[in-house]
Design a protein around this ligand. Structure first.
Ligand code: MG
Length: 366
């Protein structure tokens, strides 16, 4: 089997409402959907959603990188995932979002060719995963009302964004806990918003509200600071922006700098690299969460959910991105049960049967 073409389609649609985090505001789903075509008639679907606040990538750059990979990958067997990733890594040291798009599509093809849904191809038998629901930064009462609504709809875990200012962060978490009651898990994400000492102090005060974990309390480059917070907090600490790829994961777990790691396909470059992170973490006794970019439209979420369902060291999921779109730009993929469970298709691969092309801007490769 050989890759004969890689087509890109751009999606840019407003979120149902803007999403505020410590790093800024996200207003749109911005994503490059790819179709990897083969000489055997199998088409694989992938998605690269650049989270400009997190990865610093954008739509145009992601599309340009995919075009570069296209030149190098035509003629390659897409089932040779080692080779596909080696070619992309040689072509560009960076561009994880573009790599993720192509890597997901090639996994889709490999699983289709094997006649298995992707989660089975990845080695698992579970076909569903429970996701949390995230509340963006706003006034405490507004966040509490949102969290309550999500719980009423069926979510058991609320992830809430903090990291702006201490007094209001505490008021935010207090209001949410009072609104949702004691049976619901609350996880926090500071998106690098605190200094190490500030983080230790705030987390100690927040612990009164029964916090499950805190994601990325300090700036991404501050591994020593992350280690300090982990050592001085009774609440488990999770790395997100500090863990890009398997090399970051190795450093974080070797230095015992974190309790958990949040993997995103757009940070690490796809399923191939994500599996390495999971293995490194598992060997160190560190559990993983699978996250997503707010900008994702759902194809990458389907891939992440497949990995999360398959691998037992992925114990948490923050795969709520597709809930922020009124309509998804593809047919098939996962379905949602009881509000919070992403249930994977039994069809081979990702189970995506086609793109809703009226939502996309397609460009011919040059
Ligand atoms: Mg995060």
């Amino acid at each position: 089997m050989k890759i004969t073409d890689i087509k890109t389609h751009l999606l840019q649609v407003p979120l149902m409402e803007p999403f505020h985090i410590a790093l800024g505001v996200i207003t749109d789903v911005t994503s490059v959907l790819v179709e990897v075509q083969t000489d055997e008639g199998i088409t694989g679907y992938g998605e690269g959603a650049p989270g400009v606040l997190i990865t610093g990538e954008n739509l145009e750059g992601t599309e340009a990188s995919i075009r570069l990979f296209r030149e190098k990958l035509i003629g390659t067997d897409p089932r040779d995932l080692e080779k596909v990733n080696a070619i992309m890594n040689r072509a560009s040291y960076q561009a994880p979002t573009a790599k993720a798009a192509v890597d997901i599509a090639c996994h889709d093809i490999a699983a289709q060719a094997a006649g298995m849904p992707l989660y089975r191809f990845l080695g698992g038998m579970d076909k569903e995963i429970e996701t949390d629901m995230t509340v963006g930064i706003a006034e405490p009462e507004k966040m509490a009302a949102k969290a309550k609504l999500h719980v009423e709809h069926g979510f058991n875990v609320i992830k809430t964004k903090v990291g702006i200012d201490t007094a209001t962060d505490i008021a935010r978490v207090k209001a949410i806990r009072e609104a949702v009651g004691s049976g619901v898990k609350i996880r926090l994400d500071a998106n690098q918003g605190w200094s190490p000492k500030q983080a230790v102090e705030i987390i100690a005060r927040l612990n009164e509200y029964d916090i499950e974990l805190v994601e990325q309390p300090v700036p991404r480059f501050n591994f020593e600071g992350l280690k300090y917070v982990t050592a001085h907090s009774s609440v488990p600490i999770m790395a997100d922006e500090s863990c890009w790829d398997s090399k970051d994961a190795l450093r974080l777990v070797s230095e015992r700098a974190v309790d958990y790691v949040n993997i995103k396909l757009m940070k690490c470059g796809g399923l191939y690299e994500a599996r390495k992170i999971v293995s490194i973490c598992e060997a160190a006794g560190v559990e993983c969460m699978l996250g997503c970019m707010v900008e994702e439209s759902g194809i990458a979420v389907t891939a992440a959910a497949s990995l999360g369902a398959a691998l037992k060291n992925i114990t948490r999921a923050d795969l709520d991105a597709s809930f922020s779109l009124a309509k998804l730009p593809f047919e098939g993929g996962f379905t949602v049960e009881d509000t919070r469970h992403l249930v994977l298709s039994q069809a081979p691969g990702l189970g995506i049967t086609g793109l809703r092309r009226e939502m996309l801007t397609s460009r011919e490769a040059k």
